[in-house]
Design a protein around this ligand. Structure first.
Ligand code: ACO
Length: 324
C-alpha cells in the first residue's frame, strides 16, 4: 500500500494590512483589548481578490516549487467556508486556472478544521493506490462574511491562503489521525445562513455574517481539543517529547497558552502567527506551515514530527501526527 508524504508548502496573502489601530477608526475597540484577549495585532484584508485568486496563487507556487506540471496532478481539495460561489466550487476554478486537466477538484467545508480534514482525505486518496499527487489548499476571504459594525467578531478574522502538495511515498509519514464532529453544538458558530425563499414555502431568516458564542468556543477548544490531542499522542505510542512542533489553528493566543499547559508540552513548540494574520479559518494551519518552511524551522525532509490540529464551526475538530 502506498503511503503519503507532504513534499511542498506555500502560502499567499492579500497585500493590504489592517492593524488594530486601523479598526479603532470604524469600531469602538482598542489595540489593547484585541491584543490582550486574542494576540492579534493585524490582519490582511482583500481589496480585489476572491478566494479562488488566493488559492490559484498557492497552487501555482506549489507547482513551481515541485517542478511538476499541472497535468501531473490527480486531485485538488480546497478547504473553505468562503467560496466564491456555491457553484462552481472554488476548487474547480483553481483546477481550470492552472490547467490541471487530469485532476478532479472539490471544496471541503469543515470550517477551521477544514485543512486537517482535507489533508486526512488526501492521504486516503493516495493510500488507495489510485492517485499519486494532489494539492490540499485552505483559502478564505472571511472579510466578506463579517459584519463590520460588530466588534465582537470583526476584530478576529482575516483573509489568506496556504496549501501543500502531497504525493505517494514508500515510507509512512502520516502516523496518527483523529477527526471529530459534534453537530449538536452547531449554533455556537455560524455564517452564511441562507433562508428559504421559494413562493411555495414560508420564508425563513437568512444571515450572511459570522456569529459566535466566544466563551463556548473557548471552552470547547480548551476541553475537547486538548483532550483530542493528548489522546492521539497516547494512541500513537509516541513519546510526546518527540513531537518537534504543533501547528494548531490560529484562533487565539490564550487558547494556545492554555492548551500547551493541558497537553503538558513546552509552549515554544506551539508555533503562532495569529499576530500578523488574525484567524484565517481553514487557511491558518497551512499559512503557518509554509512560513515555518520559509524560516527553515521545518525542513520537509521527513526527519521531523509535527502535530496539526484544527477546530471550529460544526463543531468540528481533528488532529494528525505527521513525519514531515
Ligand atoms: N473591543 C472592545 N470591547 C469588546 C470587543 C472589542 N473588539 N468585543 C467585545 N467587547 C466587550 C464586550 O462587549 C463585553 O463588554 P461588557 O462587559 O460591557 O458587556 C466585554 O468586552 C467582554 O466581552 P466577552 O465576549 O465576554 O469577552 P471575552 O473575554 O470572552 O473575549 C473572545 C471574547 C476574545 C472572543 C473570547 O471569548 C475568545 O477568545 N473566544 C474564543 C473564540 C475564538 O477565538 N473564536 C474565533 C473563531 S472560532 C474558531 O476559530 C475556533
Amino acid at each position: 500500500m502506498p503511503y503519503t508524504k507532504i513534499s511542498q508548502a506555500a502560502h499567499y496573502v492579500p497585500k493590504q494590512v489592517v492593524t488594530n489601530d486601523d479598526l479603532t477608526t470604524i469600531l469602538e475597540t482598542t489595540d489593547q483589548w484585541i491584543s490582550s484577549r486574542t494576540g492579534i495585532k493585524e490582519r490582511r484584508i482583500s481589496q480585489n481578490e476572491e478566494t479562488s485568486d488566493l488559492a490559484i496563487k498557492v497552487a501555482e507556487k506549489l507547482l513551481k516549487k515541485s517542478n511538476y506540471s499541472a497535468q501531473e496532478l490527480d486531485f485538488i481539495i480546497l478547504a473553505t467556508i468562503s467560496s466564491d460561489s456555491t457553484m462552481p466550487s472554488t476548487a474547480a476554478k483553481v483546477q481550470g486556472a492552472i490547467g490541471a486537466s487530469k485532476a478532479f477538484a472539490f471544496d471541503l467545508s469543515a470550517a477551521c478544521s477544514g485543512f486537517v480534514y482535507a489533508l486526512a482525505m488526501g492521504d486516503k486518496l493516495i493510500s488507495s493506490g489510485l492517485y499519486q499527487k494532489g494539492l490540499i489548499i485552505g483559502a478564505e476571504i472571511l472579510s466578506k462574511q463579517l459584519d463590520w459594525t460588530d466588534r465582537t467578531t470583526a476584530v478576529l478574522f482575516g483573509d489568506g491562503a496556504g496549501g501543500v502538495l502531497i504525493e505517494a511515498s514508500d515510507q509512512p509519514h502520516f502516523l496518527a489521525e483523529s477527526l471529530s464532529t459534534d453537530g449538536t453544538k452547531a449554533q455556537c458558530l455560524t455564517s452564511g445562513i441562507s433562508g428559504l425563499s421559494s413562493p411555495f414555502s414560508e420564508s425563513t431568516d437568512s444571515d450572511p455574517y459570522i456569529k459566535m458564542d466566544g466563551r463556548a468556543i473557548f471552552d470547547f477548544a480548551i476541553r475537547d481539543v486538548s483532550k483530542n490531542i493528548s489522546d492521539l499522542i497516547k494512541e500513537s505510542g509516541l513519546d510526546k517529547e518527540t513531537i518537534d512542533y504543533l501547528f494548531l489553528h490560529q484562533a487565539n493566543k490564550r487558547i494556545l497558552d492554555k492548551m500547551a499547559k493541558k497537553i503538558g508540552l513546552s509552549r515554544e513548540k506551539f508555533l503562532e502567527n495569529m499576530m500578523t494574520y488574525g484567524n484565517t479559518s481553514a487557511a491558518s494551519i497551512p499559512i503557518l506551515l509554509s512560513e515555518s518552511v520559509q524560516k527553515g524551522q521545518i525542513r520537509l525532509d521527513g526527519s521531523q514530527t509535527v502535530l496539526l490540529s484544527g477546530f471550529g464551526g460544526g463543531l468540528t475538530w481533528g488532529s494528525l501526527i505527521v513525519k514531515i
